[in-house]
Design a binder for this molecule. Structure first.
Ligand code: PXP
Length: 237
């Protein structure tokens, strides 16, 4: 089974546009779960342009499935994660001014840093996922730094998919076999959508979780949140 974790950053972006509490993130997270999502992902960034640090305790209190907090493990981020203890923390090497994440970690070059961060998080009982590009030595590097899990960056896959799906997915399928063989769980995310998700799922053996925000929330404008979640879940059967 592949879990669907809904990234609700875009919902927070709409809320922040007016300064009030509409839409209400807590209600949206609860509704996503009641519509069948198996997780809620948030990615607080240093400028708090969507999720705010102050949103996290209320979300931690109500999420019944899996709360996944993503981000770059700065001092502030680590403090937030350790204080709120989500089920999973996904480490992402995004710069403070990044529009969105666009690459995974250099798990070999950053070995000492990641080993230290991961051991702190795991020591607090938090499962740790490391965002990586589908490249063999980086997957092996994620295992070496003590991650429980990797999240494949699927941005390049999504860009190439319309022209050549097989070429687009090949590194993911290959690196998934490697990850399965060395005992790393596999998540994936970025630019996954209703066109490419089913194919990705069928080709990437052992895919445990996808986290999807931008396309899913955009689709919800047309189909409604409940229908949209059902449609994404259907791609994961
Ligand atoms: N995974 C990571 C690490 C991300 O940074 C993001 C975007 O915040 C996603 C998944 C979800 O990407 P998208 O919004 O394109 O579905």
């Amino acid at each position: 089974m592949t879990r669907l974790s809904v990234n609700i950053n875009k919902v927070a972006l709409i809320r922040n546009a007016r300064g009030g509490n509409l839409p209400d993130l807590v209600k949206v997270a609860q509704d996503c779960e009641s519509f069948g999502a198996q997780g809620i992902t948030i990615h607080p960034r240093p400028d708090e342009r969507h999720i705010r640090y102050s949103d996290v305790p209320a979300l931690k209190a109500i999420v019944k499935t899996e709360l996944n907090i993503e981000g770059n493990p700065t001092e502030d981020f680590m403090e937030l994660v350790l204080r709120n203890r989500p089920h999973q923390c996904t480490l992402v090497p995004d710069s403070p001014d990044a529009l969105t994440s666009d690459q995974g970690w250099d798990t070999v070059g950053q070995k000492a840093f990641l080993t230290d961060i991961i051991s702190t998080l795991r020591g607090a009982g938090i499962r740790v996922s490391v965002f990586v590009d589908p490249v063999e030595h980086l997957v092996e590097g994620a295992k070496a730094v003590g991650a429980d899990c990797i999240e494949f960056y699927t941005g390049h896959f999504a860009r190439l998919f319309p022209d050549d799906p097989r070429l687009a997915v090949e590194p993911h399928a290959r690196c998934a076999r490697l990850a399965n063989g060395i005992g790393l769980e596999i998540n994936a995310g970025h630019d996954l959508n209703l066109d490419n998700l089913r194919y990705y799922k069928t080709q990437v053996e052992g895919l445990k979780e996808v986290s999807i925000g931008h396309a899913l929330i955009s689709d919800a404008l047309y189909f409604g949140l409940q229908n949209t979640i059902r449609m994404y879940l259907n791609c994961l059967i």
